[in-house]
Design a protein around this ligand. Structure first.
Ligand SMILES: Cc1ncc(COP(=O)(O)O)c(C=O)c1O
Length: 430
């Protein structure tokens, strides 16, 4: 954390009467050694409550900006930006890649997802993760891959490309947008030829949540590979790979995790790694490589997907982003997002012509809400809001949904949500 912000914290702590829990990391920041390691500030007060305004202050995001698009791109907190810049400066002084520094971010991600570090590959984004999965599974022409009709292009295109190249057959499952019947719908589409079920944990169109663990269980029972696209879940809700036990779980670093842009995570279950081959190979892929004999043996860990020279500072920054979320607590992140999402729904549901597309049942939703406004083009509304009011939403134009999608995250406030509601009402009622 930058010195000026640290001073701001201390000032606020004294003047504002903010009390931090015993052993608060804020005190650790006064220790130069700890400060050197960029210890995060404590966000809890003595009642074990988060100071959300303090969280907002951690982001570089302009105070004037009302940003509801973490589902596309999460802003990074200052501590992440500082870590990346400092690390880049440090490494550049020696023209050094610093590969060994990437061990810790893998461990942090593994602990965050309750996986083993050997099951974690740090990718560039979710799309890369999905491509790796699609290309590394041993599939034959005629094998069926089930995907849903709500997949993002990054989660679907790798399978469609495989259909073109390898002759696997991609089957599209039409989901129930109420969320209620999706496990049964997926079960009903499984045939003897189904080899893979690939689905979003939280769909990008409406924020509907699928029963991932139950779907994975069905796959395991039937010997089908399970691939979960968690681009809209990693950093938004608590995740436990040991409990869910999918074959693959994919995430973006630059959305809900607030990590550096160009980072992602791919969980490869240790039970599956021996059954697939890496797609790209090179340095760090090999257990044994003999150029004279022209032989190559792969490492049996997910990190083999991180071939060649990488951008170490952003990988370290991703680890810091995980620290940031853990400092708040992922349960609190989810609870806060849900609270704001509910507030938005309550504000919009009575407005004539507004349809809430996201299921209201908390089992089938989380921190994203999509609405459709009768007779209005979502892209035009979103553009109007962004120009006039500095409100950033995502228009979902894909698959003719014509929706406005709002993502609710830790830096958003209830007041901002009310402002969003009022601005939308003003646009809708003209
Ligand atoms: C469900 C889903 N999958 C994949 C992606 C692609 O993510 P990335 O840009 O990290 O490749 C997105 C992006 O919004 C998404 O929502």
């Amino acid at each position: 954390m930058a010195f000026s912000s640290r001073r701001k914290f201390i000032k606020k702590n004294l003047l504002g009467g903010l009390l931090f829990a015993a052993g608060a990391p804020l005190l650790a920041n006064r220790n130069p050694e700890a400060a050197d390691k960029k210890t995060l500030p404590g966000f809890l007060n003595e009642k074990d409550e988060i100071d959300w305004a303090l969280i907002r202050e951690q982001f570089l995001l302009s105070e004037k900006k009302h940003y509801f698009n973490t589902g596309s791109l999460g802003p990074s907190p200052r501590v992440v930006v500082d870590e990346v810049c400092d690390m880049m400066r440090k490494l550049e002084k020696q023209a050094y890649v610093g590969h060994h520094y990437t061990k810790e971010p893998h461990e942090k991600l593994a602990s965050f997802l309750n996986a083993s570090p050997d099951e974690i590959a740090i990718t560039r984004n979710s799309t890369e993760g999905m491509n790796i999965v699609a290309r590394s599974l041993p599939l034959e022409p005629g094998d069926e891959v089930l995907i849903t009709d709500q997949e993002h292009i990054g989660g679907a295109a790798p399978w469609v490309a495989l259909q073109k190249d390898k002759g696997v057959v991609v089957k599209l499952v039409e989901l129930d947008l109420t969320g209620e019947n999706n496990l049964q719908i997926i079960k009903d589409h499984i045939t003897d030829k189904t080899k893979v079920v690939s689905f979003s944990h939280i769909v990008f169109t409406t924020g509907m949540r699928l029963p991932a663990k139950e779907i994975v269980d069905v796959c395991r029972e039937k010997g089908i590979y399970s691939v979960v696209d968690g681009a809209q879940a990693v950093g938004m809700i608590p995740l436990d790979m040991k409990d869910m036990n999918p074959d693959f779980y994919i995430g973006s670093g630059h959305k809900w995790l607030f990590g550096p842009k160009g980072t992602g995570v791919l969980f490869i279950n240790k039970t599956i790694i021996g059954k697939c081959d890496p797609v790209f190979v090179g340095a760090y892929t090999d257990k044994k490589f003999d150029l004279k004999k022209l032989t190559l043996e792969y490492r049996a860990i997910a990190q083999r997907e991180e071939y060649g020279t990488r951008n170490t500072p952003i990988i370290i920054g991703l680890g810091t982003a995980v620290d940031f979320i853990e400092e708040i607590g992922i349960e609190r992140v989810e609870t806060r997002g849900r609270y704001l999402a509910d507030r938005f729904i309550r504000g919009m549901e009575e407005v004539p012509g507004v349809e809430i597309l996201t299921p209201k049942n908390p089992e089938y939703s989380a921190c994203i809400v999509s609405i459709r406004v009768e007779g209005m083009d979502a892209q035009k509304v979103s553009l109007q809001l962004s120009q006039e009011q500095i409100i950033k939403l995502r228009a979902v134009f894909e698959y003719d949904i014509n929706a406005l999608r709002a993502s609710f995250s830790v830096f958003n406030s209830p007041e901002e949500v009310d402002m969003l509601v009022n601005s939308l009402k003003a646009v809708i009622t003209g």
